[in-house]
Design a protein around this ligand. Structure first.
Ligand SMILES: Cc1cc2nc3c(=O)[nH]c(=O)nc-3n(C[C@H](O)[C@H](O)[C@H](O)COP(=O)(O)OP(=O)(O)OC[C@H]3O[C@@H](n4cnc5c(N)ncnc54)[C@H](O)[C@@H]3O)c2cc1C
Length: 395
């Protein structure tokens, strides 16, 4: 199949999230002219952390972005699971050196604002256009044209919809359909470690299991000076989605009443608690229409229970840039990415069942063998992640 490249016009990327920004770097590294159109007037700091697993770090390293990211990132010593109320350990497996030796790159935690800043500040000038909300696109054999909401139009050779879970590019390409509400609501907060005293989270990535709910704690900042809290609760009736919806502390404390002091102390000391409903979509079978292609959450939104949504966008970016630079058909990108992203979407969904056991019996039957495996064969836990973290999209 023929490629669609026409080098006089830029590749137009819609959306300056982690996916769109990484794609811009990956294309520039291959001498492809790019322009990012972002609807927000500024790329604002979001008060939340994000995990950067080794599969994404390999891409950042290949693009020369690893140092800019690592300057602000915290390297967890271990990956842990605990019972939410008692704090009893389910497993505690070393991660720092093991990530490098087993999967070929370190595992990091970073504040989202620092991640976005690192990706944006290393871009050449005039690549990113803020305040540019795309309304629609048209295409013919010579190129694509996008129309912004204020009426201006821009021409490009290829259009990439990296515009997130509510992608308008996806809607125009495949028709309207709403994402699925997964029945989960997430609480989020970032709290200075100094406020937490003896109950500060350990320097690990820790999942806390409960009945119909779970929490995740980890540290942020180069020296781990911030603590990140995510608390997910099954709650069928609340469906507002967004980063900036503030929730009430009393409500979060009620959701995690009786939980370990690490969790309740984090909630008590949070200046702001954000809350939003979690959506995903069933895997798509088509991400490409002529010169238009989807990337990141626009193509494959997932529950955050594998901490891989942004990592998949970063992997997409590397693969798509190579396909475009080689002037191969965009369907080559789609074909390389469909299966992997669908597997990660499915694994993220499946983790809900693992994290949210509803009865003591089902908890014992799930976490008992995990505890045993962690004690006797800790390597098993590492091995179970090889397919995910060991993957290297750059080779
Ligand atoms: C609670 C939670 C925890 C998570 N933790 C992790 C984690 O630890 N690790 C991980 O890898 N992932 C994690 N994720 C997933 C991750 O946040 C997303 O998968 C990732 O941010 C998606 O990036 P993106 O660039 O595809 O989309 P987005 O980040 O949604 O970016 C889309 C951009 O497009 C812009 N835009 C939208 N419409 C238009 C338009 N019409 N015109 C112009 N611009 C437009 C938006 O303003 C936005 O800037 C988590 C998600 C949640 C909810």
């Amino acid at each position: 199949m023929q490629g669609v490249r026409n080098s006089e016009k830029p590749v137009l990327i819609i959306g300056a999230g982690i996916g769109g920004l990484t794609l811009a770097h990956a294309l520039i590294a291959r001498d492809v002219d790019v322009r990012i159109l972002e609807s927000a007037a500024e790329l604002k700091a979001v008060g939340a952390g994000i995990q950067i697993p080794p599969n994404a770090m390999k891409v950042l390293r290949a693009l020369g972005l690893d140092q800019a990211v690592m300057t602000h990132a915290f390297q967890p010593k271990a990956i842990e699971a605990r019972m939410g109320e008692s704090g009893r350990a389910v497993f505690d497996i070393p991660l720092a050196e093991q990530a490098i030796s087993r999967w070929g790159a370190p595992y990091f935690h970073i504040h989202r604002a620092d991640y976005i800043d690192a990706l944006r500040d290393t871009l050449p000038e005039n690549v990113l256009q803020l305040g540019a909300r795309v309304k629609s696109y048209a295409q013919d054999k010579d190129g694509v044209q996008v129309t912004l909401t204020h009426g201006a139009t821009l021409d490009g050779q290829i259009l990439v919809g990296a515009d997130g879970i509510k992608s308008i590019i996806r809607t125009q390409m495949l028709g309207p359909d709403a994402p699925n509400f997964t029945g989960n609501v997430a609480w989020r907060a970032v709290v200075p470690m100094t406020a937490l005293g003896e109950h500060a989270p350990r320097p690990t990535a820790c999942a806390w299991f409960g009945r119909g709910q779970h929490a995740v704690t980890y540290r942020l900042g180069k020296d781990g000076q911030l603590a990140n809290f995510v608390g997910v609760v099954e709650q069928g009736d609340w469906r507002e989605e967004g980063w900036s919806i503030e929730g009430k502390k009393t409500e979060a404390l009620a959701d995690f009443s009786g939980w370990h002091p690490t969790i309740t102390t984090l909630i008590e000391n949070a200046e702001t608690l954000h809350k939003w409903a979690l959506f995903d979509r069933a895997p798509l079978t088509q991400w490409v229409d002529g010169r238009v292609v989807l990337l990141g959450d626009a193509a494959h939104p997932m529950l955050p229970f594998m901490a891989q949504g942004a990592a998949m966008a970063v992997e997409d970016a590397y693969v798509l840039a190579k396909v475009v630079a080689d002037n191969r058909a965009l369907s080559d990108y789609q074909n390389q990415r469909l299966r992997r992203t669908a597997e990660v979407q499915a694994a993220s969904r499946a983790n809900m069942g693992v994290f949210h056991k509803h009865t003591t019996l089902s908890q014992l039957m799930t976490y008992g063998p995990m505890w045993m495996a962690g004690k006797i064969l800790p390597n098993i836990v590492h091995r179970r992640m090889d397919w995910l973290y060991g993957f290297d999209p750059t080779t």
